[in-house]
Design a protein around this ligand. Structure first.
Ligand SMILES: [Zn+2]
Ligand SMILES: [Zn+2]
Length: 344
């Protein structure tokens, strides 16, 4: 199935939750504008000009205005085409507090969010959802409809991990459909590719597993109430990415954890919108605990696919970022830091 996406003039991405914090390093790529670091925070800090004790300083750079990192991902993504703007919240981070604290510190425009898309059922992406729904709906004008929440229908009762010889370790449950509705979300259960947010963005269906080296989430398990048993679930078939199309650049794809493999996801982005180059990939590449050979193949294949910008974050891991930096053109790797605002 091929999609038709409109060409966006630009794309703004606010990183509300991510694993890494670095409010100092600038964007290494002039085509990727990055703000939200110390300079932004300082110049937008409290006004000191009326304080005679500060020797004429203009602003205060406050440490409690800097975001905090957390293991998870939440991106507020706005597509812009002429005077039209549409906003999606891609994932909600691991816990209420992480989402709420950073969204407040960033003064995130939550009232603009039309749809929350959950990339996959894993608590580090869904844990802040109920709080996010409440904050988004509270930020909308009175009488507005609740925010849409785009979910894969196959929610496991629990997800967990079981390395060989060890007992199952269960994650906390993802919010249930009922809890999401109870919090004010309008649930949309989607397993096939479709567009969202005024047709500016598309959400994928299941990502075909094509490469020989991307084998899913090793030791992944799921518990189903119906069977009453923990079963192996390394495939994580419910993972879906978000994509859009940027004028003069190409497709931009957002991936939650890449349990399907970031190269498989990148290739499928091109399947869904043929004859358009893949310009950028942002999110978690899940290579933090991967073998060196997989990391090397991933970097080579992303390069081979002609991807220009890799906004690597969340579970990518420092070794994969190092390898991307080593083998790809300077400026290809733009690490995603919590609190950053990127403009493409
Ligand atoms: Zn995951
Ligand atoms: Zn994750």
């Amino acid at each position: 199935m091929a999609l038709e996406l409109p060409e966006l003039d630009s794309l703004e991405i606010l990183v509300i939750v991510d694993n890494e914090l670095d409010p100092i390093s600038p964007s290494p790529n002039p085509a990727v504008a990055q703000s939200g670091g110390m300079k932004t925070i300082g110049l937008n800090g409290p006004d000191l000009t009326k304080d005679p004790s500060r020797g004429g300083a203009a602003r205060e750079l406050r440490m409690d205005h800097i975001c905090c990192s957390a293991h998870g991902l939440s991106l507020l993504i706005t597509g812009i085409r002429g005077s039209e703007r549409h906003t999606v919240l891609f994932d909600t981070g691991p816990e209420d507090h992480a989402f709420e604290r950073n969204a407040r510190r960033l003064n995130a425009p939550l009232g603009d969010v039309e749809t929350i898309q959950l990339s996959h059922w894993h608590r580090d992406h869904s844990g802040g959802m109920l709080k996010a729904i409440a904050m988004i709906n509270a930020a909308k004008p009175a009488g507005s409809e609740g925010v849409k929440v785009d979910l894969h229908p196959a929610r496991p009762k629990y997800r967990g991990l079981q390395p060989p010889g060890l007992p199952v370790v269960s994650l906390e449950a993802d919010p249930t459909f009922g809890e999401i509705e109870g919090a004010g979300g309008v649930v949309e259960r989607m397993s096939e590719p479709h567009t969202v947010a005024g047709g500016m963005f598309a959400v994928s269906g299941e990502i075909p597993r094509v490469t020989p080296y991307e084998y899913g989430l090793r030791f992944g398990m799921r518990y189903e109430e119906a069977t009453g048993k923990w079963e192996s679930d390394e495939k994580m078939a419910d993972e879906r990415f978000l994509m859009c199309r940027l004028k003069d650049k190409g497709l931009v794809m957002f991936t939650g954890c890449s349990h399907a493999g970031v190269v498989n996801a990148a290739r499928h982005t091109l399947d869904l919108h043929p004859d358009t180059p893949l310009y950028a990939v942002m999110g978690g590449f899940h290579l933090a605990d991967a073998e060196a050979a997989q990391i090397a193949s991933t970097a080579q294949d992303l390069k081979g696919l002609g991807v220009k910008v890799l906004l690597a974050g969340h579970c990518t891991g420092w070794r994969a970022k190092f390898e991307i930096q080593r083998v790809m053109e300077e400026g290809s790797l733009v690490p995603s830091f919590v609190g950053s605002k990127f403009v493409l």
